[in-house]
Write a protein that binds this ligand. Structure first.
Ligand code: C5P
Length: 332
């Protein structure tokens, strides 16, 4: 019992905690072979960008997930997903399969905490858009629950818990710019100078990540007799970042998942061409897509490209962001 409190006084509940977490793009994504664990080995250069989810956790009797953001249906608090309109925040699962729920369970175990948790996800990161929105919520929930329950973990232990949740989760704890290896979960910071301005074209439907990897495998199997040159590797991207050279970065952006994503969503080729024609220094599908990312010369150029792209009607909506930015951090 706490000193100074009478037995009839209730045990104080921990205060709610809000964590802000960014989206990511892969400036370079080289996909290797399929491993025995069904993941592909990766070499990737991540950059965290200024599209954010705010994740708030609070003590509750059971697990409750609430989702706010574009396309969200009002939640009924039962953990069941409302009927989907096929896009946006209503696609986010409200049940125990949500990465945020899995993160809360993992942290509750480390904390020895009983009872549930209410998790509010205020979505600013495109859902199922190849920008790691679900992984971001997992990273943010780990940090928020650790703070709420007063769990002190070494950075190494926190990274290991994040890796258990998903390949991109460790990077979203760290943010900024990092080289990712393994299945993407082994991250090491890399030197990056300057601020990079991005325009993102969002699609009307999400693209499931496993389907894009499967399509890559299928394309590679079909091409097996013709030898395709291996990608140049991340050295060009890393050198451009070290020098703070936006033009060189635009030329060296690369994503092995782009061809399979375009194969599954052929109209993405039109979106990419539109951005290039508008003068973007680089254009690529973000991660497994379908979001397309355009690198602008500066902030003014990003505003111009975003406005012109929105006017062409080739995508559902357009967002601007900059990077690199910090990873998951406590707001209140
Ligand atoms: O790690 P995460 O759960 O985010 O991965 C989602 C899916 O993406 C995996 O189930 C797998 O199909 C695919 N994936 C992969 N290789 C990676 C990362 C993801 O095949 N390195």
């Amino acid at each position: 019992m706490c000193p100074g409190r009478s037995p009839s006084q209730p045990v104080p509940q921990p205060a709610p905690v809000t964590v802000r977490v960014p989206a990511k793009i892969n400036l370079y994504l080289g996909v290797g072979g399929l491993r025995a664990d069904r993941y592909h080995s990766l070499t990737t250069v991540y950059q965290a960008v200024s599209l954010y989810d705010d994740v708030t956790v609070a003590p509750a009797g059971r697990l409750v997930i609430e989702v706010q953001g574009e396309g969200a249906e009002p939640t009924d608090g039962t953990g069941t997903a409302p009927a989907s309109s096929g896009r946006g925040a209503d696609l986010v699962p409200r049940n125990s399969e949500n990465l945020a729920a899995r993160a809360a369970r993992l942290m509750a175990k480390a904390a020895g905490a009983r009872g549930g948790v209410r998790i509010n996800l205020a979505k600013g990161i495109p859902v199922a858009g190849g920008m790691a929105g679900g992984s971001a919520d997992g990273a943010a929930t780990l940090v928020a629950c650790a703070q709420m329950w007063g769990v002190e973990l070494s950075p190494h232990r926190l990274q290991a818990m994040a890796a258990q949740l998903g390949s991109d989760v460790p990077f979203l704890l760290a943010g900024r710019t990092a080289l990712g290896r393994g299945r993407g979960e082994q991250v090491a910071p890399v030197l990056s100078r300057g601020v990079y301005h991005w325009v993102f074209a969002l699609d009307s439907e999400g693209l499931p990540t496993p389907a894009v990897y499967d399509e890559l495998d299928r394309q590679r199997t079909a091409r097996a007799q013709q030898s395709a040159p291996p990608p140049a590797g991340p050295d060009g991207v890393l050198a451009a970042l070290r020098a703070g050279d936006v033009v060189a970065l635009g030329k060296s952006l690369h994503n092995d998942l782009q061809a399979p994503a375009v194969r599954l969503r052929p109209h993405l080729e039109r979106v990419l061409s539109a951005g290039r024609e508008l003068g973007a220094l680089g254009a690529l599908v973000s991660g497994s897509g379908p979001t397309c990312a355009f690198l602008a010369r500066d902030a003014t150029d990003a505003t111009r490209i975003a406005g012109a792209l929105a006017g062409l009607g080739v995508c559902r909506t357009v967002r601007r962001a900059q990077g690199p930015v910090a990873g998951a951090r406590v707001l209140v």
